[in-house]
Design a protein around this ligand. Structure first.
Ligand code: SF4
Length: 347
C-alpha cells in the first residue's frame, strides 16, 4: 500500500483530484475521510470505512509512550509486525523513522546494530505524522529517527511531498537528516521545493568519520561541506551539521581546528549532542570541561554552535533504543510464559 495505489483506488471509485485532496487532508486531521463541503462519489463514500480501517492499520501504537522531560517516544507496529520509533518533541515537533533498522552502522547507534531490515513505504513514513498529530500539535517534522533517508529516497521524497501538500506543514519545517549521499544531494538541489537539511558529520577528519560511520557513502568531509554550502545558498536556509560527541574520540579542540579550516563561507549551525550511552557500548559522554573548551573554540572561529542533550535521553531514547527495549521486553515475556505473541512480532 502506498500513496499512488490508494490514489488509483480512489480514482477508480470515481474520485476527482479535489476528492483525493480532501481525503488526504482529512487523514492528517483525523476526520472522517470523505468529510467535505462537496459530495464524494457514492462508491467512494461507501468504500471509505474499509479504506479508513486499512489506513489505520498501516501503523498502530504498540506500547505506551515512555514519557520523559525532553520528549515522548512511541513504538509503532506496522501491519507485518515490524516496530519503528517516533519521538514527539517539545515545541510541536516530531522525529520520524524512514526504515526499519539501518545499513549505515554508525558505531554509537543502536539502530545501526540491527542492519537494514526493510524500507518503510511512503504511507508508513507519513502515518507517523498522522499519529503524532493525534497526540499533539505538529508544526515541524524531522526525518531523523531510525534509518538513513538517502537509502529510501523515493519513499522519503514522496512522503515529504505529501506532508507538505496535505498536512499543512511548510517545507522549511521539514528537515531531512542524512549522512550524505551524492544522489540525494543532486535530487534535492534540483527540486523546486527544498526541505531543510541536517547532515551528520561527527568528525572533521575523514579517517575517523569513516570509522564512526562505516557504511556511509564515500564522501570526504570537504565534499560534504561543499555540498552543504551550495545547498544553503540554493535553499536560502542554514544547514544543520550534526555531531554526536564521544569522550576522547571526537570531543577535542583539534576537531574544531580542522573543521574551521574547511568551514569558509558556510551558512550553517553546528549541532552537538553528547552520545546516548547504549548497552555494551565503549562510547561515553564527554566531560563537561571538554564541552566548555569546544564551545570556546567554536566561538573563536565564529562557528555557530548549538549544544543540546538528546530529546528523550532519559527515556532510553537514542536511535532505535526504544524499539530494542520493547523487543527485549517482548522476548522476556515469551521466555517467562507471560505473553502469547506471533513469531513475526520478534522480527
Ligand atoms: S545514526 Fe542514523 S544513519 Fe547512523 S546507523 Fe543510526 S539510524 Fe543509521
Amino acid at each position: 500500500m502506498n500513496f499512488e495505489s490508494v490514489n488509483n483506488e480512489l480514482a477508480a471509485l470515481g474520485c476527482k483530484q479535489s476528492h483525493i485532496d480532501a481525503f488526504w487532508r482529512n487523514w492528517y486531521l483525523g476526520r472522517p475521510l470523505t468529510q467535505a463541503k462537496f459530495t464524494f462519489p457514492k462508491a467512494a463514500a461507501e468504500a471509505a470505512a474499509t479504506l479508513g480501517t486499512r489506513l489505520a492499520q498501516v501503523l498502530m501504537p504498540d506500547s505506551d509512550d515512555y514519557l520523559g522531560a525532553n520528549g515522548a517516544r512511541a513504538v509503532l507496529r506496522a501491519s507485518d509486525g515490524q516496530r519503528i520509533e517516533s519521538v514527539l518533541l517539545p515545541r510541536d515537533g516530531v522525529c520520524i523513522s524512514t526504515q526499519v533498522g539501518c545499513a549505515v552502522g554508525c558505531r554509537f547507534c543502536m539502530t545501526g546494530r540491527s542492519g537494514l531490515v526493510r524500507q518503510l513505504s511512503d504511507i508508513e513514513i507519513a502515518a507517523q505524522v498522522v499519529y503524532a498529530k493525534s497526540r499533539q500539535k505538529i508544526s515541524k517534522v524531522v526525518f531523523m529517527g531510525m534509518g538513513e533517508p538517502s537509502h529510501n529516497r523515493r519513499n522519503v521524497l514522496s512522503a515529504l511531498d505529501h506532508i507538505t501538500r496535505y498536512a499543512g506543514i511548510g517545507y522549511k519545517e521539514l528537515v531531512i537528516s542524512t549522512v550524505g549521499d551524492r544522489r540525494l544531494f543532486e535530487e534535492l538541489s534540483h527540486r523546486e521545493i527544498k526541505p531543510a537539511l541536517a547532515i551528520s558529520l561527527h568528525s572533521a577528519f575523514d579517517e575517523k568519520r569513516r570509522m564512526l560511520l562505516p557504511n556511509a557513502a564515500d564522501l570526504t568531509v570537504k565534499e560534504i561541506l561543499d555540498f552543504g554550502k551550495e545547498y544553503a545558498r540554493l535553499s536560502k536556509y542554514p544547514i544543520q551539521y550534526q555531531w554526536t560527541l564521544i569522550r576522547d574520540l571526537n570531543d577535542g579542540t583539534d576537531e574544531i581546528d580542522q573543521l574551521a579550516s574547511l568551514w569558509d563561507g558556510q551558512f550553517a549551525v553546528l549541532n552537538m549532542i553528547p552520545v546516548n550511552k547504549i548497552d555494551d557500548s565503549p562510547y561515553d559522554r564527554p566531560d563537561p570541561d571538554r564541552i566548555e573548551a569546544l564551545k570556546a573554540v567554536c566561538r573563536s572561529f565564529h562557528i555557530l554552535l548549538k549544544f543540546r542533550d538528546s530529546a528523550a535521553q532519559d527515556v532510553d531514547g537514542g536511535c532505535g533504543q526504544l524499539r530494542a527495549r520493547a523487543m527485549r521486553e517482548k522476548q522476556k515475556a515469551v521466555r517467562d510464559g507471560t505473553a502469547v505473541i506471533q513469531i513475526k512480532d520478534l522480527k
